[in-house]
Design a protein around this ligand. Sequence first.
Ligand code: URA
Ligand code: CA
Length: 421
Amino acid sequence: MATPFDILNRMREGRTLTAAEVRSVVDGAASGSWTDVQLAAFLMAAAMRGLDRDETRELTLAMLESGDQWALAKDFGHLVDKHSTGGVGDTVSLIALPLLASCGVPVAKLTGRSLGHSGGTADKLESIPGVRLELDRAGTLDLLDRFGMAIGIATAGIAPADKRLYGLRDRTSTVSSIPLVVGSILSKKLALGASGIVFDVKIGNGAFFPDARDTRSLASSLVEISAACGTPADYVLSDMNQPLGRWVGHAAEVREALDCLVGDGDPRLLEVVAAICRKAARLVGRELSRRDIDSAIGSGAARQKLVDWADAQGAEPGWADALDLAPVEAVVTASESGFLEAVDCRRIGNAFADACRPDREPHRIDHAVALRYDVRLGQQVERGQELARLYVRRDPEPLQREVAAALVIGEETEPPPAVME
Ligand code: URA
Ligand code: CA
């Protein structure tokens, strides 16, 4: 069998790795037989020379097989999974999942924590008093049977090889390699074992990759490698040059989802939700019309799905009325008249992430901190007009300063569409 040295030598010479060689790297990461130094060399070589389709597929499958595989579709039949590459004010999952479930498209997802400037669905859902997100396979199947919808948090048993490699990527400047990103995301998605996956790939300055070409490669590679691993997938490219919805926050975004689910939703947010729902349904052989979506909203069925799901996950009675915002309010106003020409969405995301972690501890979040985003790119504004309203616990100044700097008033511009493709 090839040693770590042999494999690294092949990579240095620019040769393609065999399936067995890729597996031996991943097995080495999971078992500890490859040292950090050897894995770091592998990661840098992969980031610099790239991995081809077969190498990426093998990396993904080997990381998947390093941990638990739930294979939900085997027992449940058709169901979809939905993944976002991460955004700001990106409340899509909290709306799309109940909508799909109430339209008869079963959907399950294991969700993650906030990462950098982008908000994580798990953190948002934990603003619901009492909700527990730990789910095992049996619990997930039970929720699917009862509601057609399950959301949990990724458990320790899933893709342990990715956990080790991700930690090393973070320290070796290899996080942004597309094949490594694809393998990392997909190994965890495939562990759930849905029959189809829809990716909401964010594009723009607040996206995972600020560069549009990288973003398009990521989108097509996620779909191609997922299919190569046996799971059909599709994607929506959606705009992240400004916060997507009306709110950035944890409790605030859950409130926004509840409002959207009774028809009081921001049109851009709903456009992305509808595109995701249509693509997700198609993956399990269903066509959803705008009418189907509107009627799930109009009847109250979709909102009820989210409430039923939260109740089943331990939410305290009356939780929907207990999603409070932090008490100190401050506004950001337009310093001059003109048009909202640009938004530094990543800067808003980063400032918000700091504001809701008062102790700088990554997992102690003040769920009540929020930002209401009142304007849209291209909109005309008057000097002194309110652009954003902040809800914080203490001194609003740091967030206020960052948000003010992120909102650029200037010339009239064509606003980007919410759904690019
Ligand atoms: N999210 C992941 O899970 N992995 C990556 O590599 C990037 C984003
Ligand atoms: Ca957010």
